[in-house]
Design a protein around this ligand. Structure first.
Ligand SMILES: [Zn+2]
Length: 466
């Protein structure tokens, strides 16, 4: 390693007027970001460009060039638009350049789940907005770091939203200090919303899309052998993954089929029974994304990682398997089969392309955290409380809001929408009377399927072959 001081390159958010200030060169509270770098042992350096997003944005290009030119850059810190752009930067680096990166900090980029930053050996620090608001992210992270040094004894308790929003890589840093709940004035809330709603490029539109069911599903075609719909569980996984990866449309070529012993319109293994798997293609702006056995479009890689993190356990692809654009995504061979498998030509694991194995493994390694947090989509609809000790109903989207009552496990409620301020909180209507009753943390809700076939529900006794 070089003896030069290691540098953390810091990426600002987009320019605009946020939290009562103009940020013409990109929004970022720089002093706490620089101090964070120092405390982590780096020289902090703010890249002087705003964080307009997208694969070819100036910030992405400048950051990639800087990393290529300067070996001492071994850490990245991105806030808001800069946080979204770090994903593009990482995707643009060579394998050797990526190996050099030791630490990646992503703040306030909640529509890119942590799995999208996990395809490397660096330490990932990932935080959503603190209760004090979007612009307070750098300060809250710094407070966490300094508080950790001072007060190592406090443990996090459940159900505390913040606990689940942290990357599992720094569970040791779990919220030992509660960022004090600064009053969110209406204006600051509005400005945060304005920032997340303001598309700077097609890339950012995709990254910042709303969090409720925006993926278009096409198929399966009626003439397909497997022409039955996919299960609600799989649809949720695919929708979550598509939104995480910026895929606007999923085209299903082969969907559900008659279950073994229950009908004749079926083929192949039992994986597609009851719609628990689909052979699908990813479409962005009308273009179907492709792969080879050596590499795949970055959005396909992100899709596979996000699908694995969201609960898919069987994923297959290969040019010699189903061509250069069709992927099998689903669960196990039966409802009790939770083994995690990738495969390629001939349905053989040994033939799975390396990019597919890596992408799936990245998602599975984060699944315990993601399944409970960042991937919760909570599209409007009927849900049930699944928190063992009940779930607090609060007056606003955060643990800093008063809890009015605790809803026992099993309580059914209607999710009306997602909080714009913090999408991990959802607005709920308890009585189905159309009136809003408050907010709950969405992680502890499970969708209630009307006309349910419950085969899709995970079962704890599942054999784990892998
Ligand atoms: Zn299939």
């Amino acid at each position: 390693m070089t003896a030069d001081p290691q540098t953390m390159l810091i990426l600002r958010g987009i320019s605009g007027h946020f939290a009562g200030q103009d940020w013409p060169r990109g929004a970022l509270d720089e002093p706490p970001a620089l101090e964070h770098a120092r405390l982590r042992g780096y020289v902090g350096e703010v890249l002087d460009v705003d964080g307009a997003t997208g694969p070819n944005s100036r910030q992405v290009r400048m950051c990639v060039e800087a990393i290529r030119d300067r070996d001492e850059i071994t850490a990245l810190y991105g806030f808001s638009g800069g946080g979204y752009n770090i994903r593009r930067v990482l995707a643009a680096l060579s394998a050797d350049e990526r190996k050099r990166i030791k630490l990646v900090v992503v703040l306030g980029a909640p529509k890119n789940p942590p799995a999208l930053y996990s395809n490397g050996s660096w330490e990932l620090v990932y935080r959503r907005d603190p209760p004090a608001g979007h612009m307070a992210g750098p300060n809250a992270l710094l407070a966490e770091l300094t508080a950790t040094a001072r007060r190592p004894q406090l443990a996090a308790t459940l159900p505390d939203a913040r606990t689940f929003l942290l990357s599992h890589r720094d569970l040791s840093l779990l919220p030992r200090v509660r960022v004090s709940a600064a009053a969110d004035s209406n204006s600051s809330i509005r400005r945060v919303q304005q920032e997340t709603a303001q598309p700077a490029s097609p890339g950012s539109v995709r990254a910042l899309e709303g969090s409720t069911g925006m993926t278009t599903f096409i198929g399966p075609p009626s003439q397909a052998i497997r022409n039955k719909p996919i299960s609600a569980e799989l649809k949720q996984v695919l929708d979550t993954a598509a939104r995480a990866a910026g895929i606007d449309t999923i085209r299903i070529n082969s969907g559900g089929q008659d279950a073994l012993g229950e009908g004749t319109r079926r083929t192949g293994s039992t994986r597609h029974d009851r719609g628990r798997a689909a052979d699908l293609q990813c479409v962005v702006n009308g273009t179907t994304l492709t792969f080879t056995d050596q590499s795949a479009h970055p959005d396909i890689v992100a899709f596979v990682t996000a699908a694995a993190a969201a609960g898919a356990t069987g994923i297959g692809a290969g040019v010699g398997y189903m061509g250069d654009r069709t992927i099998h995504v689903g669960f196990g061979a039966s409802v009790n089969d939770h083994s995690k498998l990738t495969w390629g030509a001939g349905g053989r694991s040994a033939n799975a392309p390396q990019w597919l194995r890596d992408a799936a493994a990245a998602g599975w390694s984060h699944a315990p955290v993601l399944a409970g947090a960042a991937f919760q989509t909570n599209a409007p609809g009927l849900y049930a409380v699944v928190a063992r000790d009940g779930l607090k109903l609060r007056g606003g989207p955060g643990t800093n809001f008063e809890s009015e009552k605790t809803l026992p496990a099993g309580t059914e409620l209607n999710v009306v929408g997602t909080s714009n301020q913090d999408p991990s909180w959802v607005r709920v209507d308890l009585g189905g009377d159309g009136l809003l009753d408050g907010y709950v943390f969405g992680t502890f809700l499970a969708p209630v399927e009307i006309n349910a076939n419950h085969e899709g529900a995970p079962e704890p006794e599942g054999r784990n072959v892998s």
